[in-house]
Write a protein that binds this ligand. Structure first.
Ligand SMILES: NC(=O)CC[C@H](N)C(=O)O
Length: 193
């Protein structure tokens, strides 16, 4: 299986590579259009500030490439947010895959949410063999409210979309590569799609 990990200098690439290795797979970290287009699965990780990340995507033309992909694509954390229409972070326009906008938690809660929280209302093959209310690891200040494309919910200040799906595009706000055996199961489910 050819697995491409999109390289735009804004992803937690190494932890994703290690997670794939633990599952017996080798990922290719690349920003080469042909390698990404020809991959069986594409991972789109992201950490850091949305505005600078989108700028780096655009420098490599990946903002044009990603929406054209037909194979399963998994956006992780900031990757999921950049697949939305926008994020309040840096007032950044996203790739518009998900019909949703990321907004900031209020200061009524500790921001960023950093730690473990549960996912529930699971509604996708991505969560095969995952029970409701398993814990996943999250680090984020912006979130996607509940929407028609939600396939998992988490509650922090309010209920929000901790995962999204539209056609071949999936997004998870949590870090499956850092979420233990259940996170590994989700990555394994994605690779089996
Ligand atoms: N870990 C991250 O980079 C989080 C993504 C985004 N900057 C947020 O705060 O929501």
């Amino acid at each position: 299986m050819k697995i491409a990990i999109i390289d735009y200098d804004s992803g937690n690439i190494q932890s994703v590579l290690f997670a794939l290795e633990r599952l017996g797979f080798t990922g290719t970290v690349t920003n080469d259009w042909s390698k990404i287009k020809s991959a069986d699965k594409v991972l789109f990780p992201g950490v850091g500030e949305a505005g600078s990340a989108m700028k780096k995507l655009k420098e490599k033309g990946l903002d044009v490439l990603i929406p054209t992909l037909k194979q399963p694509v998994l956006g992780i954390c900031l990757g999921m947010q950049l697949l939305c229409k926008s994020t309040q972070e840096g007032n950044t326009e996203g790739l518009g895959i998900f019909n949703a906008n990321a907004i900031r938690f209020s200061n009524a809660v500790k921001v960023p949410q950093m730690g473990w929280n549960t996912i529930y209302d699971l509604n996708s093959p991505l969560f095969a063999n995952i029970k409701e209310n398993e814990y996943m690891y999250l680090v984020h200040s912006f979130y996607v409210p509940k929407c028609e494309e939600s396939i998992a919910t988490t509650n922090y200040e309010t209920e929000y979309s901790s995962a999204l799906q539209k056609n071949n595009f999936y997004g998870v706000q949590f870090h499956p590569e850092k979420s233990g055996k259940f996170g590994a199961q989700i990555l394994s489910n994605f690779l089996a799609l």
